[in-house]
Ligand binder design. Sequence first.
Ligand code: ATP
Length: 235
Amino acid sequence: LASQPVLQVNHLYKRYGRTHALQGVSLEVAAGEVLAILGPNGAGKTTLIAAILGLLRTDSGSISLFSELQQSNTREASVKQRLGVMMQIGSASANLTVAEQCDLFSSYYTNSKTVTELLTIAGLTEQANQRFSRLSGGQKQRLLFALALAGKPDLLFLDEPTLGMDVEARRALWQHIASLKAAGVAVVLTTHYLEEAEHLADRIAVLQHGKIIALGSPAQLTAQISGKQIFCKSS
Ligand code: ATP
């Protein structure tokens, strides 16, 4: 028996004025599955994740989380407790120390990881008393990843999680994502790196101009898209 999807998105539409940010996006993610959303700047990745998180009002379509239909722009506390989101570096509080950040995030959840556990996940035990702003780019990314796990989420969103990381840190994070998957956590990640999507994802959705133009296993995708210039990061 196939398990119920943790996330279901059906025919989602969102416009900002004349910009069609999402044009009929549909996808599903099951427990223990990693879905990578791949696409160039402006494809709609951030809008899609914000819509799933209930951070914006969509125009039409539906979103179910844990088999329950969601309102367009709110999420109940019981749903929020089961979601983990990796923030972008710019949204972190620069003046808090590493330990204070961990403490703050633990406090949001009834069933949370301890500060010590989060420091270990981030590999920043020795930097516990350093301010966020003093960390290196890679250290910041590792901390934000750990903070996303504070509530032991069933569904985890990672927006370009390895941006700016060196090869070693990237591999360590990939390893961590694999162990979350093995523990049954569903993961949705956005990335500009095809290699990262191929390495981590069970399925890859290619988003372009708000539409999913390809969806399948890495092997299926590689066959479909070879030759197309859709993975280049435009600056
Ligand atoms: P990136 O990889 O650069 O983060 P993205 O795939 O996440 O890009 P979105 O940020 O979702 O793309 O943007 C999709 C489209 O919607 C873009 O054309 C963007 O300019 C537009 N857009 C996003 N947010 C807004 C907003 N608040 N107001 C107006 N237009 C917006």
